[in-house]
Structure formats: C-alpha cells, structure tokens
Design a protein around this ligand. Sequence first.
Ligand SMILES: C[S@@+](CC[C@H](N)C(=O)[O-])C[C@H]1O[C@@H](n2cnc3c(N)ncnc32)[C@H](O)[C@@H]1O
Length: 276
Amino acid sequence: MFEPALYSANDKQVREETSEYIEEFSDEIGQMSGRCLDIGSGPGHIVVDLLLPKLNPKSTVICSDISRPMLDYAKEKYGADERISFLELDIESPTLVEYLGEKFDHVTSFYCLQFCQDMRQVFKNIFDLLQPGGTVLFTSVCNHPCEDAYKILAAVPRYKRYMMDVDRFVGVFQHAKRPRETLKSLLRDVGFEVCHCSNRHTSYIYDTPDAHTGFMASIDPFMSRMPDELQREYLIDLGIEARRHTFIVNKDGNDDCSILSRRHTFVVYLKKPLVH
Ligand SMILES: C[S@@+](CC[C@H](N)C(=O)[O-])C[C@H]1O[C@@H](n2cnc3c(N)ncnc32)[C@H](O)[C@@H]1O
C-alpha cells in the first residue's frame, strides 16, 4: 500500500510527533530490554533514529511490517546494524501467534494500528506475542478528518471501481462516540493493565497545499490501482476534498497558503500482567 521512498519523503509530521512521544515515555522505554518487536516499522528510521538510542543498550529490535517493499527498503538502509532484524507479519492475522507466541519482551508501534479493522484480534495478538511482564507503547491515529475524503471520492463514478473496499481504509475509531473509553475497555478485556491511554488533539502546519497533498498521497491506498492519467486527476481531487476538512491559513487569494491539519492520536502504554 505504501511506497517506501514516497512515504519517507512526506513523513515530517509523523517524525516530529513520534519524537515527542518517545521523549515523553523515555523512562519507560529505557526499561525495555531483551527482544523488542516494533509493529509496522515502515522505512525503519523511527526505530533507528528515535527509538533505539532510548532503549536499554542490551535490547534488540525486530522491525516488522506487512509490506515486503517497506521491509526491503529498511533492510537495505539499516540491515548492517547488529541490533536490528526484520520480520514480515500481519498484526491482524488470526494465525500469527501459532508460530510467534510469547517470543517478545516488549512491543512498540507508531502510526500503524489505525490501518487495522479487527482491533480485538490485533490486541489479542500483541498480548499473546508478549512474555508475561512485557510492556507495549503505541501511537495510533484515532480520528483524521481527511479520511472522510476517501468516502466522498469513492462515490465519484470515475474512481468508484478502484475504491470498492473504501471502508477497510477508514479507521474504526473515526466516528466513534467515546473512542478512548472504548479502546481502554477493549485493552482491559484482552487482559492488559492499562498504564496510560490518552487521545491527544494534535495539529500540524503544511507550508503549502502541495506539501499537504504530498502527505495525503504518501498514505493513500487507492491511487496505485488507477491508470496514470486518472492518478493525476485523483490526486488533485484528493487534495481539494481533504482540504475541506482542514483550516487554510494565510490565504491570499491564490495557491500560496498554509494548511493546518488536525487529528486525534491515541498514545498508549500497557503491561501484560505476570500472572494472567
Ligand atoms: C504510516 S506507516 C508508519 C511507519 C513507521 N512506524 C513510522 O512511524 O514511520 C504504517 C506502516 O504500517 C504497516 N502496516 C499496515 N498494516 C499493517 C499490518 N496489518 N501489520 C503490520 N504492518 C502493517 C504499513 O505497511 C506501513 O509501513
């Protein structure tokens, strides 16, 4: 779904936010040693540049992702690092723990879990992958107004056939009434001790409409299914539609304006009890 180089070129917001969360939880991360699994590592630079320096020096990180191109990209860049290894996995798969059960001491995941639909299966998998006493730190988008743009474009006749599965790409918490409470209760139900669970309102300014559209394109799941010419048209429409859900600042009557993009992000820290 993601093209690694395109995603890496447009992930400034993710990097800046993740850097802040990793700083905030640096004491907890510093306690993590042994085998740490990072889920949805993508190009790998969050793990290598931000996470690894804060982890206990005796720890190793297994970078995992559902996307083979992402893993290949990360492997080429960071494969020489002895503390890093790579694993292809789908964290939503019902058969995951058959071969990976209780293999990891800690789990991290940054901006990946919002791409999953069956959240009970996801958290059950994470629980079962962990050793008793293991911890989890994850961030995940709760609500991104721009995701509503997908639903609108999926109803446009020329895009419809490429977006039949649109619901799969709109986060399950996108329009939930009490998202934090729902998530917390699910995590407890699965067996976790919830040490921290917040739903943060974050905002980010893209200097130009193109920078905003570039970010939208870098996480878009549909465009690569379309013929080249339609892709160009879709990208313009995606930019226009996504901007309906954002603030436009410094507008001077032409395209020279900044875009204030807002979203809600879950920040969660969990423990798997020693005795369950
Ligand atoms: C927005 S990127 C975040 C990458 C990285 N964590 C970062 O912060 O830069 C999300 C990543 O999650 C991966 N992903 C999506 N669904 C997944 C799943 N079910 N299992 C594992 N990885 C998944 C995608 O392939 C992508 O690389």
